[in-house]
Design a protein around this ligand. Structure first.
Ligand code: HEC
Ligand code: HEC
Length: 311
């Protein structure tokens, strides 16, 4: 793929990329030093989110996230872990069309998607120090990826989730949860707070309840959650079957969590709504229960037919 990016998001740094060779120039030595510091701050914002811009930030004006998750709770190792939800390849994908927002959005708007949903917070101003630092960090990750192909190195990525041809069963998921997840995330799903340094949020993050992601988040879709769980959880030993990942994702997503306002405005073109989007309105006649838990094959078939008729 050939592309050229000329970007000057942060003063003093210019990137020119073509094909797979990227070269970057730094305008001045002081600019280089501050660019490195900005990248480092960006990385910390992903791993210490609740302390730096969440409910545990001492300065109330800088409390942007409502949850006590870190970005890194889902984007493991600050997004550098290859595979599911890695962020190493994210930057060059933007700007791109977002069906959810109904238009083209840049990387900052995508970050705000996670800020307002996964982090249950408010959008960061686009020119804030935090937003610039995170987008700078993601840009650097992207450059490093192009140069080193780090995420293409052989990994132990477990087999991707394949959707079972049935509805997910939250009751069966409860049993999976109790035997495989509760030990870390707690019997009540509320996670385990750090007692030594409460300002660092959680040792094991909450899967539902007030400090978790809200109902507009991607992870609140059962297939998105199951894909993550199948390949990443239990942390360090991801060995669930497709059936167990599907059911436990359903169990988590029928629990109470923060609610986001105006969700009906998402996906202005309703035919672009993912089949497992757990809130309407839909461009199809299937009940909301089926969108939340499946079976998904009939819904997919409906849209495949619609697309064929329209083309
Ligand atoms: C609860 C889990 C969760 C948390 C916490 C979270 N995200 Fe995400 N993020 C997701 C999911 C799910 C996606 C969608 C992935 C996809 O579309 O394939 C995503 C997508 C993204 C993308 C786009 C990736 C791409 O390749 O297009 C970026 C950038 C991103 N997140 C940044 C962040 C940042 C920064 C934070 C913290 C402010 C954060 N996320 C917190 C789950 C999360
Ligand atoms: C050994 C402890 C451990 C076990 C067992 C475990 N997790 Fe996790 N889980 C974590 C940690 C730690 C994170 C955050 C990752 C990080 O901070 O690096 C996490 C993150 C998550 C997340 C994304 C963040 C959030 O709070 O929503 C989900 C979803 C999740 N786990 C689901 C599960 C499910 C389902 C199971 C059981 C199948 C499970 N986990 C078992 C430790 C564990």
């Amino acid at each position: 793929m050939k592309f050229t990016i000329i970007s000057s998001l942060v003063a003093g740094v210019v990137i020119v990329g073509a094909g797979t060779s990227l070269a970057y120039r730094r305008a001045a030595p002081s600019g280089a030093a501050s660019a490195a510091a900005t990248e480092d701050y960006g990385r910390r914002l992903l791993t210490e989110t609740s302390m730096l811009m969440g409910p545990d930030q001492p300065d109330p004006s800088k409390r942007y996230t409502g949850s006590r998750l870190q970005c890194g709770s889902c984007h493991l190792k600050a997004g550098t872990e290859p595979g599911t939800l890695a962020l190493v390849e994210a930057f060059p994908k933007y700007p791109r069309v977002s069906g959810r927002d109904g238009g083209v959005g840049d990387i900052k708007q995508r970050i705000n998607g996670c800020m307002t949903r996964s982090m249950n917070g408010r959008a960061l101003p686009l020119d804030s120090v935090e937003m610039n630092a995170m987008s700078m960090y993601l840009r650097t990750l992207g450059e490093q990826y192009v140069v080193t192909s780090v995420s293409r190195r052989a990994t132990h990525e477990p087999k991707a989730f394949v959707t079972p041809d049935r509805a997910a069963n939250p009751e069966a998921g409860k049993r999976v949860y109790e035997t495989r997840c509760a030990i870390c995330h707690g019997g009540d799903g509320l996670g385990l707070r750090s007692t030594n340094t409460p300002s660092r949020g959680y040792v094991f993050p909450p899967l539902w309840g007030p400090d978790s992601f809200n109902d507009g988040a991607g992870t609140h879709r059962v297939l998105t959650a199951a894909r993550f769980i199948k390949t990443r959880m239990p942390l360090g030993k991801p060995d669930l079957s497709d059936d167990d990942a599907f059911d436990v994702a359903a169990y988590i997503n029928v629990q109470p969590r923060p609610e986001m306002a105006d969700l009906e405005k998402d996906y202005p073109d309703r035919t672009t709504k993912p089949v497992d989007n757990p809130y309407g309105p839909y461009a199809d006649p299937f009940p909301i229960e089926q969108h939340r838990l499946g079976p998904f094959k009939p819904i997919e078939a409906f849209y495949a037919k619609l697309k064929k008729a329209g083309s």
